[in-house]
Structure formats: C-alpha cells, structure tokens
Design a protein around this ligand. Structure first.
Ligand SMILES: [Zn+2]
Length: 307
C-alpha cells in the first residue's frame, strides 16, 4: 500500500495568536510521532500546492473567496471572528490546505497512491459557504469531494467527520448534494451548537453526550454511519480527521483513546475496500492535546498504510 503524506512548510507559518490552540506545533507533533514509529520514511511525501480559486468556488461563493483574499494582511493579524484570524501567511496556508485535498483526490483517484493523509492547517470543516469560523477559512474537504464529483465525474462520494466538533461547514456546503453523503459525529451540545436533521442517503448526524467513551462511540457509529455507507456504496471516501474527541483534549469532553482512532480507520478501510478499491483521502481537522494528537494521528496513518 502506498500512502501519501501531503504537507507544506507554509502551513506552519499561519499563526492566529501566540497562545492559540490551533498552533503550528500540531503539525510537528504528528510528524514527530510518525518518525518515532518509523512510518515517516515509508510514506510518499508530496508538497501541497496552492489551490486554484476555481476549485474553491465549488464550495464557497465568489464574494466570500474575494473577501478572504482581500482580508489577507501584509503584516500583523486581522480577526475574522473571535476564534479565527489571519496573519500574512494564512491565505497561502489555507490555499495549500485546500490544494492538498485536491491533489490527494487526483492522486488517489488515478491510482498513483492508494490513500493520502493531508497534514495541513488551517483546518476547514467549520468554514461555511460564506462564513469563516472555528479556526477555518476554506472548506478543504468539501472542495476536494466536489472536485471528485464535478471534475472526475464520480456520482457518489462520502465524507465522514469524526472531529469532536460538528462539521457544520461541510454540512452547509454538501447537505443537499445527492452526489455527496456526509456522516458526522460530534459532542452536543458543544461548538458550533447546531446541526441539521439527518436525511436518509444524504446526511447522517450522530450527536454524542459529553463523557461518551470508546464503547458508546463505537456502538453509535456502527449503528448510524456504517449502514448508511453500505447502502450508499461510495466511489471514494473522504475523512475529516479531527483528533479532539480524545480524552486528553482540552477543547472538548469526549473520552476516546488512541485505539479508537485506529478502530474507526480500520472500519472505514473495510468500507473503502469493499466499495471503492480502498480509495481514501484523509484531511487533518482538529486535535489540540499535542501528545494525544500526535499519537492518534500516527495510529490513523499507520492503519491507512496497512503496515
Ligand atoms: Zn474540532
């Protein structure tokens, strides 16, 4: 199995404030663990390109993309909301994060690699069609899924999101697109605080109470996500891989362990093997306890690599 690791140095130059939990150290925590486990050198390393704006306007309207472009400061920091800011590198970092998703999709769909993990930031799943929020500027995974549909001609792609926060941005962009099934699990009530009701064959939302641990999480996912994925038979599987449902994470209150992220990845690999020759594109979303993030992401990537 060849798994690509798609990254770019500029993703570590996007800094919203010195103490912001969505920090450049998150990427180092992941690569450190991949090296520690002797996985890093077995990955196929690819630099994330800057996305073409044509790919972004499938997920966002033109005005929104123009606003983000024109908000980019030449120095200092500007705030888009209380949680989300841009420094001089943020626009390029966001374009490379989205560009990683597009390139990953092309590489996996064409069979150049079996799967890809995009270790990029800022994350993207909270960015709505016309609103930046929750540390996110562009809906990278939604743009990648829409590229698969509109450019590669796929009829059914699935996005699954196990970040502890609901992927409201992805939902906003794809909820009424019959070519995309979106499955999300999240702590509720918690940020962003809202979600749409599930719609068969289109949207599967699994809200979880604070304190939910491994057994309840696995039971809920088995009951809700997998029957929907089996019925949908996706041609490609996209993963919004947030690791902040970990019990050590400071931003939420679920109680998953490193092994839960290996388990969900194995289950998703099973699904992808059955329906789409194992084609998986995974993109980093949240995860703020640096040690737990590094360990959990390494578990996730190790399963993708099948080593
Ligand atoms: Zn999150």
């Amino acid at each position: 199995m060849t798994t690509a690791l798609i990254m770019h140095d500029t993703c570590a130059r996007h800094v919203m404030s010195p103490s912001h939990p969505e920090s450049p150290q998150r990427l180092a925590a992941i690569t450190d663990q991949l090296k520690e486990r002797h996985l890093f050198d077995l990955l196929s390393h690819i630099e994330a390109p800057e996305v073409d704006y044509a790919h972004l306007v499938r997920a966002h309207n033109n005005e929104y993309v123009d606003t983000i472009r024109s908000s980019s400061p030449s120095e200092g920091t500007i705030h888009l909301d209380a949680d989300t800011a841009m420094n001089a590198w943020s626009l390029e970092a966001s374009r490379r994060a989205a560009g990683a998703g597009i390139l990953a999709t092309e590489q996996v769909a064409s069979g150049k690699v079996n799967s890809a993990f995009c270790a990029v930031r800022p994350p993207g799943h909270h960015a709505e069609r016309q609103t930046a929020m929750g540390f996110c500027l562009f809906g990278s995974i939604a743009a990648a899924a829409l590229y698969a549909v509109e450019e590669l001609g796929m009829k059914r792609v699935a996005i699954v999101d196990f970040d502890v926060h609901h992927g409201n941005g992805t939902e906003d962009i794809v909820h009424d697109n019959p070519n995309v099934l979106f499955c999300s699990s999240f702590q509720h009530p918690h940020f962003p605080g809202y979600y749409r009701p599930s719609v068969e064959g289109q949207l599967v939302n699994v809200p979880l109470d604070a304190g939910t641990g491994s057994a309840q999480f696995r039971e809920a996912i088995e009951a809700k996500w997998f029957p929907a994925l089996e019925a949908y038979q996706p041609e490609m599987l996209f993963i919004s891989a947030g690791f902040d449902a970990h019990r050590e994470d400071p931003l939420a209150s679920l109680a998953l362990t490193d092994q839960d992220f290996a388990w969900i990845t194995e289950r998703l690999m099973d699904t992808a093997d059955r329906h789409c020759e194992g084609r998986i594109v995974s993109m980093l979303e949240g995860g703020y306890a640096l040690s737990a993030l590094g360990r959990s992401a390494a578990e996730h990537v190790k399963v993708l690599m099948q080593v």
